[in-house]
Design a protein around this ligand. Sequence first.
Ligand code: SF4
Length: 398
Amino acid sequence: MTIYSHSRLEAFENCPLMYKFQYIDRIRSKREGIEGFMGSRVHETLEKLYTDLKYCKPDSEEELVAFYNSGWDRNWHDCVFVVKEEYCAENYREMGERCVREYYRHYHPFDDGRTLWLEQKVVIPLDPEGRYRMTGVVDRLVEKEPGVYEIHDYKGSGTLPDQWKLDNDRQLALYHLGVEQALPDVREVSLVWHYLVFDKEMRSRRTPEQLEQLKDKVISLIQTIEASESFEPRAGILCEWCDFPELCPHRKHLFAVEQLPPPEFKADDGVQLVDRYAALKEKKAKVEAELEELKGHIDEYCTAMKVDRVRGSCNILSLSRKETPRFPEAKSPERRAMEDLIRTLGHWDEVSTLSTFKLGKAVACGAWSEFDATQVDQFLNWEETVALRLKKAEQREE
Ligand code: SF4
């Protein structure tokens, strides 16, 4: 039986291919985003704070900051990477230090309840038969009074979520189930997030009904994962932080040529193909603009000369004019009114045709039920087409 975690489920939701690299192929990457590196150092520091308190050894703010900084130096390695080019590692180190200081000042003397767990692993049962189980690590569990608990989670995120997101958050709700499983006297559980970068505490609660629904949803997601046969890449903003750029078809070439010196970069086959394609596209756009301009001049010439055919060295150019109707914009109220009128007049079938583009999209994207799609599929022949899309890349330093 595979035991899942919130991060494992999240990896699948974000990108099935990344999930495969990490959890099925079990590829270990040395790469570590600086945000995660900073988060780990802050977590260790807060863990030390509460561990020392348990042993009646309160730390001063300066002692904690020194611990944070020495952890930063001790753990630093060459594979920590910074995505946001406008910031450097030192900016992140300072930001983490500020998180520690502000947390210390906010919660000192740390008497908000009794800390029962620190970085504690929990097992979360999802069904009575024990077929589906999850695991997770609770940053800190606090007992406010007998049976009343708070699950605290530290976040180093640079953005603050809205309350709705937290009211629907899966991670801490799962930990709630883990706490109920571990402690028989649970009467009340609060979920508490510390958004350290903002020195902001946010809270939420779950009802028993919500927890039941959560179990069903998570079981259904696990079943989807286990039934998956192809793990397609799902490119998005998180690609920049992906641990497997050298393996993913979406990033592999970009990653490979990124570090090349200029001559080798220019000599790369892929770079040359894209450069040629981009140059031709640019030329095509220029030629199209020139043709439009020339068309205007020819029109003026024909009007001035009162002719509709003009002789060139090897060609004869004919010019014709006709009035063409312009229709109201698609989906506008006028367009709808016009379409209704045509239907009322009984001419709709004469002028409307099936949109094969929309049909292809509906069948290919699973917008229709499997039954409907299969019925239509018998009339279709599938063939592979290649689409190319150019996007400006950041300039390399030469
Ligand atoms: S680079 Fe993007 S698409 Fe590729 S595996 Fe990573 S997250 Fe997925």
